[in-house]
Design a protein around this ligand. Structure first.
Ligand code: ADP
Ligand code: MG
Length: 344
């Protein structure tokens, strides 16, 4: 692939991760052995003797990530911050500061901006995290929202995407597929096929995704949790990150994936397979973890008694390097888990 590096060719057809690996990922300059750069949910830098600084940033573009008329400004403000908090959660960390940069089209209404910031500050205030700075520019076309969040984590509690061991159980903290289902209700007009409460639940999950701050910190303190990532692109894509650059594989039991009643109902009425939403649908958020199998049942019990909701076991890490395999009721299924990826 490297011979294509300087070629004049469009990047469509390239995967987002290929681009990152080929163009952005280089060896860190100098002696920075205590620094982790590209490749995890957050960058990790030394802070104090016993803790790390975490840094994450995410961008939301009008038309790519949201259609302005189909999301309330408050919800978009909340979501822009929640998805960044989610990356701090995925390291087991606590957010400490926020930077917000906006590209604003000239015709944007001030009350829209006011409502956007109300949603944004709702989450800042709940977790007492200050907005420390940012940048504001005029955008020639569409809204551009970039949020950066700083966080901290005790060195002993940090969880990385790497760290899975053969035999580990794989668990998730939230139902899967609801966000993609909510998006399809907004864009494909499938909403009429569900009752109002079900539609609202799915749409809410898309517009106000979970940030998982409490769950992430709790799981970070648990030594039995070996690796953690947040589910931003669908488990079909995010699972691959857990075994990248390792000799491990993953078995996923499709029939054990946690899915909401509303999603079951939607999939029946549309005829779209439920696993398409649950495996390949983006923006579910919630956390994906691997856990020491000898204590996984205890972790699940304790998680449920702390949070009043289950920790769902969906598969295990295997010692063969065979990628991610999907089974249904014990039978192998050719299921293409691809998740969401920009550019292809
Ligand atoms: P997440 O979904 O957790 O936000 P991504 O999949 O977007 O993570 O990114 C994967 C990794 O690549 C992260 O470490 C991120 O910081 C890094 N990355 C993405 N885009 C760039 C870029 N343009 N320059 C440098 N690093 C990047
Ligand atoms: Mg992430």
């Amino acid at each position: 692939m490297s011979e294509s590096k300087g070629k004049s060719q469009p990047l469509s057809g390239y995967g987002e991760f290929e681009l990152i690996n080929q163009y952005f990922r280089r060896a860190l300059p100098g002696n920075q052995k205590d620094v982790t750069g590209i490749g995890d949910d957050c960058a990790i830098l030394p802070l104090y003797e016993n803790s790390y600084q975490l840094v994450t940033t995410d961008m939301l573009l009008e038309e790519t990530h949201f259609i302005k008329n189909s999301i309330q400004a408050e919800d978009l403000g909340y979501k822009a911050l929640a998805v960044n908090f989610s990356d701090i959660s995925a390291m087991g960390g606590t957010p400490t500061g926020i930077f917000l940069s906006l590209g604003l089209p000239e015709n944007l209404q001030l009350n829209w901006l006011n409502n956007f910031m109300n949603g944004f500050f709702e989450l800042c205030e709940k977790y007492k995290v200050p907005l420390l700075g940012g940048d504001t520019t005029r955008s020639p076309r569409g809204l551009i929202i970039n949020v950066m969040v700083l966080g901290k984590v005790k060195k002993k509690n940090v969880k990385r995407r790497t760290g899975s061991r053969s035999g580990d159980k794989i668990c998730v903290t939230e139902y899967l597929g609801d966000s993609a289902a909510g998006l399809s209700l907004l864009t494909d007009g499938h909403g009429k096929k569900l009752n109002n409460r079900e539609s609202q639940n799915l749409i809410q999950r898309h517009q106000r995704p979970p940030h998982s701050l409490e769950e992430g910190q709790w799981l970070g303190q648990n030594n039995a949790v070996h690796s953690m990532i947040d589910i931003s692109d669908g488990i079909g894509s995010d699972l691959i990150h857990l075994i990248e650059k390792s000799d491990l594989g993953i078995d996923i039991h499709l029939d054990q994936l946690p899915v909401s009643e509303a999603l079951v109902h939607l999939s029946k009425t549309t005829g779209n397979e439920i696993y398409e939403y649950a495996v390949n649908g983006g923006e579910d958020y919630g956390l994906l973890i691997t856990v020491d199998p000898s204590v996984c049942n205890d972790v699940k019990k304790s998680f449920e008694s702390t949070f009043g909701k289950p920790l769902f076991e969906i598969g295990e890490v295997t010692k063969e390097h065979t990628g991610v395999n999907y089974t249904e009721k014990g039978i192998n299924r050719k299921f293409e888990g691809k998740g969401f990826n920009h550019f292809n």
